[in-house]
Design a protein around this ligand. Structure first.
Ligand code: ADP
Ligand code: 2DT
Length: 212
C-alpha cells in the first residue's frame, strides 16, 4: 500500500501580513508534533529562472509584463517534481506564496484579467489549504515601511488585495481567512488548528490539480 502523503499548505496575503513568520512557526510546530514538514517559498530565487525574477523584483532589469508572469509560473512548474516527491514521501509542504500571488499581482497591472493570469498555473499541485492572512494597510504600516522592491507601494498593494478578494470567491479552492492583526502566537494558533485538520485529512486523499 502507498504511504500516506503530506499536505500542501499555502500562506498568502499582502506585504507584511506575517506569511514568512507564520510559515516558519508552522513547520516548527508540525515537526515538534512528529509530522515531517518543510517550508518552500515562491518565487524561489535560487534557480536560473528565479534569478531572472529576482533581478526584475530588485529593479535591476526590466521585463515585459506577460513575460515575467510566465516566468513566475515557470518557477513553480520547475519545482513540481520536487514538490510531488516530497508530498509522496509524507512530507507536508508549507509554502510562502503560490499561484494566487501570481494571479493577484499580475492582474493588478493595467490590461490583465484574472482569467488570462490563471491559465499558466492550471494543473499545478492543488493546495489542500490556502490561508489568507488578512491585514489592513494601516496595521501593515505599523510593522514597518515598504521595501524598495517592485510592487511595494500602497496603491499597488490595494489593487492586489482586491484581486485576492476576487480569487477567494472560487469555491474550488479550500480558502481560510486568518485574522493577521492578532499577535504572532494568536495567528499561529489559528493556522496550526486549520493545518492539523488538513494534514490528517490529506493523508488519505489524492493530490488535486489546481483550477481544473
Ligand atoms: P510577510 O512575509 O507577509 O511579508 P513577515 O513575516 O516578514 O511578513 O513579517 C513582516 C514584519 O512584521 C516582521 O518584522 C515581523 O516580525 C512582523 N510581524 C509578523 N507577524 C506579526 C504580528 N502578528 N504582529 C506584529 N508584528 C508581526
Ligand atoms: P517576496 O519574495 O518578498 O514574497 O516578494 N509575486 C510573487 C508575483 O508577482 N508573482 C508570483 O507568482 C509570486 C509568487 C509578490 C515576491 C514578490 O513577487 C510577487 C511579491
Amino acid at each position: 500500500m502507498a504511504s500516506k502523503r503530506g499536505a500542501l499548505i499555502v500562506l498568502e496575503g499582502v506585504d507584511r501580513a506575517g506569511k514568512t513568520t507564520q510559515c516558519k512557526k508552522l513547520v516548527q510546530a508540525l515537526l515538534q508534533s512528529g509530522r515531517p514538514a518543510e517550508m518552500m517559498r515562491f518565487p524561489d530565487r535560487s534557480t536560473t529562472i528565479g534569478q531572472l525574477i529576482s533581478a526584475y523584483l530588485e529593479k535591476k532589469t526590466d521585463l515585459e509584463d506577460h513575460t515575467v508572469h510566465l516566468l513566475f509560473s515557470a518557477n513553480r512548474w520547475e519545482l513540481v517534481p520536487v514538490m510531488k516527491k516530497k508530498l509522496e514521501q509524507g512530507i507536508t509542504l508549507v509554502v510562502d506564496r503560490y499561484a494566487f500571488s501570481g494571479v493577484a499581482f499580475t492582474s493588478a497591472k493595467p490590461g490583465f484579467c484574472l482569467d488570462w493570469c490563471m491559465k499558466p498555473d492550471v494543473g499545478l499541485p492543488k493546495p489542500d489549504l490556502v490561508m489568507f492572512l488578512q491585514l489592513n494597510p494601516a496595521e501593515a504600516a505599523l510593522r514597518g515601511q515598504f521595501g524598495t522592491e517592485r510592487y511595494e507601494t500602497s496603491t499597488f498593494q490595494k489593487a492586489v488585495q482586491e484581486r485576492f478578494e476576487q480569487l477567494m470567491k472560487d469555491s474550488s479552492v479550500n480558502w481560510e481567512v486568518i485574522d493577521a492583526s492578532q499577535n504572532i502566537e494568536g495567528v499561529h494558533h489559528d493556522i496550526r488548528t486549520h493545518s492539523l485538520n488538513v494534514v490528517n485529512e490529506a493523508q488519505n486523499t489524492p493530490l488535486g490539480e489546481l483550477w481544473q
